[in-house]
Ligand binder design. Structure first.
Ligand code: NDP
Ligand code: GDR
Length: 361
């Protein structure tokens, strides 16, 4: 039975990847960090009681900033594959916590690679690094592919740039099977609530349920190439099953603006949005009632923005036989429907006087 170790198993991708690898027959180990509240909600459906025999999902406490924990876990697990998904992954937050982001996202990758080397696992353990389209930042070419020059635009992207190159360097210096997946944005119903897609679908559901009045957003003109996380984790696995390690761009090849995402999400609950004004004065009105539902709040603007991203995944299609299965439309519909279900439950709780429902920033 192959053994995989996932850092960031409690995150969006970690949860989808763990489920995928379990169905493939893997023994899956995951690193979770200590938190004051239980943070395993996304993988609770996969949880196996530690007292059960033949467990195939095992969680270990560790942290990307703590080499000793990483060395200990990797020594104990002796994984065939490591998927390094753990990161402070919010671009806007990286401007508030640049040093921590560099430590966990940049040096964190180095710590795992060094642990593999220290333990003499260079020939056994294959390594996947969660690289990102944010590396392209201020884009130098449209669409972006593996050979497009990088121009990072945030502390997050700069940290990921280090992780990208240290992965390439360990591959070349020590002959390790190490590769980068340069993934464009991918979303799902379990996407973190403060990323723009989930913030939108959650707000649409809450507005429809009468739990929220207005959705405040930053740059409505930003364009992204949005795919579905379920599609993308399959590619993470495929990248580690090749004869030789290589880096791949993963994207849908289609681009939409934040404004288009908002309009499509509201349509799903039967609300047609009419846009008026420009810049910080732009507003989205319910075309039927004239009520203002969407407004711009400059607090969500970033000091340096990535305005447009569009990927070219031709290499992945040709070499991995990979193409995305889930369309933009299907993605938005699935996310809105799941949030509508949650909002109905939230509305019931509110009616019974239990729970509060903050609008996540
Ligand atoms: P999430 O933010 O949903 O998950 C991040 C995971 O990392 C969580 O499990 C989190 O733990 C964990 N983590 C954060 N800091 C540390 C730390 N110091 N030590 C140990 N664990 C830590 O991200 P996604 O699942 O969306 O993304 C997965 C990876 O892919 C990330 O590296 C991200 O930067 C990258 N990426 C994501 C893309 C996307 O569109 N989703 C696109 C391209 C790259 P906890 O649950 O406790 O917070
Ligand atoms: P991104 O995702 O920065 O691309 O990083 P995010 O959803 O945060 O932003 C996408 C675009 O939307 C604009 N935007 C807003 N963003 C947020 N979060 N909140 C808002 O209110 C808002 N209004 C407009 C942003 O300015 C941006 O242009 C994600 C993360 O998953 C990274 O870890 C990953 O590497 C990249 O995708 C690929």
């Amino acid at each position: 039975m192959p053994i995989a170790l996932i850092t960031g198993i409690t995150g969006q991708d970690g949860a989808y990847l763990a489920e995928f690898l379990l169905t493939k027959g893997y023994e899956v180990h995951g690193i979770k960090r200590r938190s004051s509240l239980i943070n395993t909600e996304r993988i609770d459906h996969l949880y196996q009681d530690p007292h059960e025999d033949n467990r195939r999902l095992v969680l270990h406490y560790g942290d990307m900033t703590d080499s000793s924990s990483l060395v200990r876990i990797i020594q104990q697990v002796q994984p065939d594959e490591i998927y390094n998904l753990a990161a402070q992954s919010h671009v806007a937050v990286s401007f508030e916590e640049p040093e921590y982001t560099a430590n966990s996202d940049g040096l964190g990758a180095l710590r795992i690679l060094e642990a593999i080397r220290i333990l003499g696992l260079e020939k056994k353990t294959r390594f996947y690094q969660a690289s990102t389209s944010e590396l392209f930042g201020l884009v130098q070419e449209i669409p972006q592919k593996e050979t497009t020059p990088f121009y990072p635009r945030s502390p997050y992207a700069v940290a990921k740039l280090y992780a990208y190159w240290i992965t390439v360097n360990y591959r070349e210096a020590y002959g390790m099977y190490a590769c980068n997946g340069i993934l464009f944005n991918h979303e799902s119903p379990v996407r973190g609530e403060t990323f723009v897609t989930r913030k939108i679908t959650r707000a649409v559901a809450h507005i429809k349920a009468g739990l929220q009045d207005t959705l405040y957003l930053g740059n409505l003109d930003a364009k992204r190439d949005w795919g579905h996380a379920r599609d993308y984790v399959e590619m993470q696995w495929l990248m580690l099953q090749q004869d030789k390690p290589e880096d791949f761009v993963i994207a849908t090849g289609r681009q939409y603006s934040v404004r288009e995402f908002v309009s499509r999400a509201f349509t799903e609950v039967g609300i047609d949005i009419r846009w008026e004004g420009a810049g910080v004065e732009e507003k989205g009105y319910d075309a039927a009632t004239g009520k203002c539902l969407v407004a711009v709040d400059p607090r969500y603007f970033r000091p340096t923005e990535v305005e447009t991203l569009l990927g070219d995944a031709t290499k992945a299609k040709e070499k991995l036989g990979w193409t995305p299965k889930i369309s933009f439309d299907q993605l938005v519909v699935e996310m809105v429907r799941e949030d509508v279900k949650r909002a109905k439950r939230d509305a019931l709780c509110k009616q019974e006087g239990v729970g509060v429902f903050p609008h996540h920033e």
